[in-house]
Design a protein around this ligand. Structure first.
Ligand code: HEC
Length: 115
């Protein structure tokens, strides 16, 4: 029983390491192209800034697992993008793109906003 949970943990750790490695290999540049190609921009804006039809995705995207789960299985207004349409690689690249979008300046650091 105990050894089985140890093996389970090891498998989980290996899985996490793999997931991390593929996240590291992801390319923000390719992700930007995939974001356009798959039409995410139509609802979320080119920079994931949000638009009339879709919420903001970046900067500070939600955790990858949450995002990927949502994109694959959503059944609300947004159509689900299954693996056959949007590969895991493209999704990882899209995530890298969203992560690469710089945060705006802190409003407190803009003198005009803080007379
Ligand atoms: C037809 C418009 C449309 C397209 C195209 C679209 N989305 Fe969405 N997306 C939405 C809407 C609307 C929501 C808000 C939840 C809902 O009602 O489905 C949403 C929600 C999300 C969320 C959850 C945000 C959160 O904070 O919970 C993520 C992540 C997301 N979209 C990613 C994507 C990605 C990646 C693509 C391209 C592969 C994409 N979307 C394409 C309309 C769209």
């Amino acid at each position: 029983m105990k050894s089985r949970s140890v093996i389970g943990l090891a498998a989980l750790a290996a899985g996490l390491a793999l997931a991390q490695a593929s996240a590291l290999a992801a390319s923000a540049e390719k992700g930007k192209a995939a974001f356009v190609q798959h039409g995410c921009w139509q609802c979320h804006g080119y920079e994931g800034q949000g638009g009339v039809t879709g919420p903001r995705l970046a900067p500070n995207p939600i955790p990858f697992d949450t995002l990927s789960n949502f994109v694959r299985t959503t059944s609300r207004q947004m159509p689900p993008f299954r693996k056959e349409i949007l590969s895991d690689e493209d999704l990882a690249d899209i995530y890298a793109y969203l992560q690469s979008i710089p945060k705006g300046p802190d409003p407190n650091s803009i003198p005009l906003l803080n007379p």
